[in-house]
Design a protein around this ligand. Structure first.
Ligand code: HEM
Length: 560
């Protein structure tokens, strides 16, 4: 369409007319006439171009009404996606999926692999997560993209490889020994490391990035659970830890692959350039740390020295495969790296949104503080007031009793699910309960973020932060995993769910009992576009001491 502007005739005429000083007369006579002729030609072509554009645009927008997003020739829905990327992508997709009654087809540009079904319909979720579970694995596309980092670990595996890890890890996660490990490691981290860092910020009257602090807390915690080793990210001065840095870089570079055409990143990997070079180097960093821990642990176990340990590495290192052989170091590395990835950021990100929501909903915060004080005042032998001092440590059975806190955290996860979008691939032709026809190989995206904000699921007040919706007679009641999908559902339900709730409740209760957490005025809070819903700019907060008289006031207000 643009060939006219590069025609030699056209450019010569223009050159003569505009710049040649040699013949003004000829320019006035012949040049001027031909110039006008070309101008007319120009205008006609422009008009034609405009007419075609308007026609295509009307067609695209009309199709958009039916299909959710404008569909352009060749580019499909990609231009609409680019527009969406300028604002809040999650809100944008949620809007489309709601207008389309829960499901729509995303049409990618020709010759790309971006076509997929996008859904937020609980019936479809139950179908793909439970009823037809084996027809919706993670699939080869996902596996190829993340294999360099995750190998054959649980997050990246399907079928037998997944089943075997799931079974062993599930038994372990529900054992008393493991529970003890998680409660003890968390107690140590919160009281010896988290609270001192926060106290220091209060004393110095400086703002602190609460998201960063919480990310460090859960990173250390999950490493203790996976490896039995504490990397020490959460310490005064918030030092940079090479293993944590390598892990983060490796995850980011892996995520980048999802938005790069496969042939491009594969070529970059071959040439060892750009983000692929970063990825290779950071994976080396991860492996160096992992391999050293694995070697040491194997020696310990051979010397029967590590019997008391109950971390994931020790459990799997003791096992034997079908042929009676121990697992390879590489497989042990994959198992641990996957657990770290799964349990690293999700709880801390959820807590960050939770504290931000509390800052905007002071009455919810008061109710939580009242509940904490009630639990403390119910302690045997406690008398008067809320019964605790600054050194108070919540006990596991007390954490369990905090129904309102559990409701408030669930409500934060409903509105800001740590994993906002997830995906599956179709093995055999199938049909969703809502009638969507699925061909073998189709990719399915389910928008967990949108599901938390649908009137059809949560009612008219779906956008309000209202923990009460989770309570029946003051007791926390869980929702169907196919409506509240923050932890996934069916056989691949989050393995760390109970632990995550314990961890979030323990950390939140320990902080709220001592401090008022106030977000710094004007601090921008927006989600980052990534596989995990981080706050893009972190969460800068100031801390203020919550003293006994304030706690007592909350207790009296709600419990008389
Ligand atoms: C608020 C906190 C958390 C949320 C919202 C969350 C959410 C999820 C989701 C959505 C999945 C499914 C991912 C997928 O299959 O694509 C998942 C899987 C998993 N989560 Fe969590 N998670 C949380 C905390 C944790 C923690 C603390 C751990 C471990 C210590 C953990 C361990 C796992 C594991 C091992 C899987 C894989 C299960 C499987 O594939 O069979 N999670 N989680």
């Amino acid at each position: 369409m643009h060939h006219h502007s590069s025609s030699p005739l056209h450019s010569n005429t223009m050159t003569n007319y505009t710049f040649s000083p040699s013949s003004i007369a000829s320019a006035a006579a012949g040049g001027f006439v031909s110039g006008r002729l070309h101008l007319v030609e120009h205008v006609q072509i422009l008009e034609l171009f405009l007419a075609v554009f308007v026609f295509v645009a009307i067609h695209a927008v009309r199709q958009g009404k039916r299909q959710g997003l404008a569909v352009w020739p060749v580019l499909g829905m990609a231009p609409s996606l680019v527009v969406g990327l300028q604002g809040d992508m999650y809100e944008y997709i949620s809007g489309v999926v709601c207008r389309q009654n829960g499901t729509f087809w995303f049409r990618g540009p020709w010759l790309t692999s971006l076509n997929c079904v996008v859904t937020a319909d609980p019936r479809n979720l139950e179908h793909l997560l439970k009823t037809k579970f084996s027809n919706f694995p993670k699939g080869p596309y996902f596996r190829d993209t993340v294999r360099d980092l995750l190998g054959d670990g649980i997050f990246n595996a399907d079928d037998v490889t997944w089943q075997r890890q799931r079974k062993t890890a599930s038994i372990e996660f529900h054992s008393a020994k493991f529970r003890r490990l998680t409660t003890e490691s968390l107690l140590e981290l919160v009281h010896a490391r988290l609270l001192p860092v926060l106290e220091e910020s209060l004393r110095a009257s400086t703002a602190v990035d609460l998201q960063d602090v919480l990310l460090r807390l859960t990173f250390d915690n999950v490493c203790m659970i996976a490896f039995g080793v504490d990397p020490g990210c959460l310490r005064p001065g918030l030092p940079e830890i090479p293993f944590a840095r390598a892990f983060e870089d490796a995850t980011e570079a892996t995520v980048l692959r999802f938005v790069t055409p496969t042939c491009v990143w594969k070529l970059m990997r071959l040439l060892d350039v750009g983000p692929e070079r970063t990825l290779r180097k950071s994976i080396e960093g991860v492996d160096e740390f992992a391999n050293q821990v694995i070697r040491t642990r194997k020696k310990e176990l051979a010397a029967e020295d590590g019997c008391q340990r109950s971390d994931i590495l020790t459990v799997f290192a003791r096992l034997r495969d079908e042929e009676g052989k121990p697992f390879s170091d590489k497989f042990l590395r994959d198992i641990c790296v996957n657990f770290i990835l799964a349990g690293r950021d999700t709880s801390s990100v959820a807590l960050s949104w939770f504290f931000w929501l509390l800052d905007n909903n002071p009455e919810v915060e008061e109710r939580i503080v009242a509940e904490l004080c009630k639990v403390v005042s119910d302690r045997e032998g406690a008398s008067g007031g809320s019964g605790g001092g600054e050194g108070l440590v919540f006990k596991p059975e007390e954490i369990k009793k905090m129904d309102y806190l559990q409701a408030a955290i669930s409500e934060a996860l409903r509105l800001y699910p740590s994993v906002p979008i997830d995906h599956k691939e179709v093995v055999e032709d199938d049909v969703f309960p809502d009638g969507t026809v699925l061909k073998k190989g189709t990719k399915v995206l389910y928008v967990i973020y949108a599901m938390g904000r649908m009137e059809a699921i949560w009612g008219k007040d779906c956008r309000e932060f209202r923990p009460e919706r989770w309570l029946r007679d003051g007791r926390f009641t869980s929702e169907s995993a196919y409506k509240f999908t923050a932890f996934n559902g069916g056989p691949r339900l989050c393995l760390g769910k109970d632990f995550a709730y314990y961890q979030m409740k323990f950390a939140a209760a320990s902080i709220l009992y001592r401090y008022r957490v106030r977000v710094v005025e004007g601090h921008p809070v927006v989600p980052k576009l990534a596989l995990t819903m981080y706050m893009k700019h972190g969460l800068k907060v100031n801390l203020f001491r919550r003293d006994e008289s304030e706690r007592r006031k909350c207790l009296l207000k709600y419990y008389g």
